[in-house]
Unconditional design. Structure first.
Length: 645
């Protein structure tokens, strides 16, 4: 049988991989883009429909706000007959169903037991409005929109003389199927043409090169084709939003006309922004006027959504590009071979990998995403796109150089500044690691002495600080540093010294944490170094003694070099632990005085759970991660601790 040369087989394999990679990446980009953009269209349609329902409900509530009790039913009939897709309207005040357009309701009457949900909803909206007024911050929704299998039901409050009087519940007819975005799909044709060009270039890829012109053409075809398609479809989302804005303006004009016919006071300023067109917090959107005109900026309702989808599409493009390079460069083939040849090993570690993915990487990635938003306690229920702020949190954290302020009394340090906290964290980490390593090293050398009696007892006693949970140790040390009843001040007074207010000064408060963490950290370093010392062959020391080497020369030439592969990773681990030593700072000094002794991790905790700025705290935590990642990388590279000898 004829056998192809190795070069020809390699070229065929490379071109096949290139074609597969291009098709897979293009399919990924197009499918993900269609899902995202389709979701954008659906969101715009849903928001437009909800805005229209809220506008009508607010207008109906406004029209009965000044109506006499005998006029409410007549005004509701006017709205019901206004051809605004309204199916029914009900008015509830306290425990009374004041009026309803449903004949079966037989209003007015008292609410029945099965209508308890409506009574509870009215109380919830009233409590939300009172909370917003008392706090001066709009953080609770004061109206409710429910989608009952395509039937919208909007409940809004109405007021009498500025006081909450009850709620108006408007139910709309079922919506028909949305036509969605229509338009010529010439963008898809261009994508197909560019994909064909990329596929043709992929078939010309030279196997002996890591990257050549053909690969560049394939990559460019993927990116250009995807961007053209995405831009075309995003313009459709914007067009749909603008059409929805025009529909809302027409609805506003119709609602204003019905409002006048219902007997409510006429709106005098038709050019004023409508107070009926609001969000679910009843905040006016100021996009249309009472007369039904689109105001300046009113056509940009979908701009935040388009920007959000656009950013996600760039992530999709990057993913598609990664898939293309992963396949074309041969990494996919090498991964496949590794999985096949080590299938049993990967099967054993698969449960641990899945658990790590769910319990570690998912929360980690969620925290990273949260850092790019402005999420707080007040807006966490909003969609992600409405909270997205990009790099604003990082600019705020890293761009705040207000470290101190000059006053007539001198410099006043800003203890809340990021760089002050970073400086204290670095000082805290360096001093603690230095104490832990030096004390642990000396104790390990002592325990490694040959013929030392009671070595086992000493080892157990010295490990005890590490064995006791650190939060218990922290609370014990905090009690020892108590300014009035602490044992340390009691001892000072026994020797004639004045008691110290340990937590009132920056330095003294820092020393309390340093003493506590030093007590906690040396056992770990002692155990690690002792294990490494015991693994060094005695023959090397005996040979050095024969050669006339002194103890110091043996220590410098044998002990330290052979300890480095163990010592450096232990130091890196100790730095990471100390940098994030939350318990000691939080439980011993609490960052006193005035937050001067906070470290980054405790500051992030207080920002999140005392100030309720979740996104800002997530950005703080991301900065901490990046600092430790850079430190760990350069530490291991510079010391070459992981290299074998």
């Amino acid at each position: 049988m004829f056998d192809l040369p190795a070069t020809a087989r390699k070229a065929g394999s490379t071109r096949y991989r290139a074609a597969v990679g291009l098709v897979a990446s293009l399919a990924t980009v197009l499918l993900a883009s269609m899902l995202l953009i389709g979701g954008g269209h659906a969101d715009v349609d849903r928001e437009n429909r909800q805005r229209q329902a809220i506008l009508v409900a607010n207008a109906a509530a406004a029209s009965i706000a000044d109506a006499a009790e005998t006029e409410v039913a007549a005004r509701l009939k006017t709205w019901k007959s206004g051809d605004l897709s309204v199916e029914s309207i009900r008015v509830v005040a306290g425990r009374e169903l004041v009026a309803s357009t449903r004949a079966e309701d037989e209003a007015p009457r008292s609410l029945q037991r099965e209508e308890r949900a409506l009574f509870d909803l009215a109380n919830t909206l009233r409590a939300a409005a009172e909370t917003n007024n008392s706090e001066g911050v709009v953080r609770k929704k004061t109206l409710q929109v429910e989608d009952l299998d395509g039937v919208l039901q909007v409940t809004v409050p109405y007021e009498l003389k500025g006081e909450f009087a009850g709620v108006v519940q408007v139910q709309y007819l079922a919506a028909g199927a949305s036509d969605g975005h229509r338009g010529p799909r010439w963008g898809i044709a261009l994508v197909v043409l560019l994909a064909a060009a990329g596929l043709g270039a992929a078939l010309r890829i030279a196997p002996e090169r890591r990257f050549d012109v053909a690969r560049a053409v394939a990559v460019a075809a993927l990116i250009v084709g995807a961007v053209i398609y995405q831009r075309f479809e995003l313009s459709g989302v914007t067009e749909t939003a603008q059409q929805g804005e025009s529909a809302i303006a027409r609805l506003q004009a119709a609602a204003a006309a019905i409002y006048g016919r219902s007997g409510a006071p006429a709106v005098r300023d038709q050019a004023a922004p409508s107070q009926w067109d609001t969000d679910s917090y009843r905040r006016p959107l100021n996009s249309v006027s009472y007369g039904g005109q689109v105001l300046a900026g009113g056509g940009e309702a979908a701009a935040p959504l388009v920007r959000f989808v656009e950013r996600l599409l760039w992530v999709v493009n990057a993913l598609g590009l990664g898939i293309l390079l992963f396949v074309v460069q041969g990494w996919a083939e090498r991964t496949r071979k590794a999985l096949v040849s080590n299938a049993a090993a990967y099967g054993y570690v698969a449960p641990a990998m899945i658990g790590t993915l769910i319990l570690v990487f998912f929360p980690f990635l969620y925290g990273i995403v949260l850092a790019f938003t402005d999420t707080t306690l007040f807006n966490e229920s909003l969609p992600l796109r409405d909270r997205w702020v990009g790099l604003a949190n990082f600019f705020t954290i890293l761009g705040d150089f207000n470290l101190y302020e000059r006053t007539p009394e001198g410099l006043v340090w800003n203890y809340q500044n990021f760089y002050w906290t970073l400086m204290m964290t670095v000082i805290w980490t360096v001093s603690n690691v230095a104490i832990g390593v030096s004390v642990g090293f000396l104790l390990a050398l002592a325990l490694n002495t040959e013929g030392l009696r009671g070595k086992t007892v000493y080892r157990v006693l010295l490990i005890l600080p590490w064995a006791i949970p650190n939060y218990i140790t922290a609370l014990i040390w905090r009690g020892m540093f108590h300014p009035q009843f602490g044992v340390i001040n009691q001892a000072l007074q026994m020797f004639g010294f004045a008691p110290v207010a340990w937590f009132d000064g920056v330095v003294s408060s820092f020393l309390t944490g340093l003493a506590t963490n030093g007590w906690l950290s040396f056992p770990f370093m002692m155990v690690v170094i002792l294990g490494a010392l015991q693994s060094i062959p005695r023959d090397m020391y005996e040979a050095a003694e024969v050669e006339g080497a002194s103890k110091w020369q043996q220590f410098k030439g044998i002990t330290l070099p052979l300890l480095r592969p163990t010592l450096v990773p232990a130091i890196v681990l100790s730095v990471v632990w100390t940098f994030n030593m939350f318990n000691v700072i939080f439980l011993v000094s609490g960052g006193q005085p005035a937050g001067a002794n906070e470290i980054l991790i405790t500051k992030a905790y207080k920002i999140a759970f005392e100030n309720y700025q979740y996104a800002y705290a997530a950005a703080y935590s991301t900065v901490i991660f990046m600092i430790l990642l850079v430190y760990g990388y350069f530490q291991t590279r510079l010391t070459r601790a992981t290299e074998t000898y």
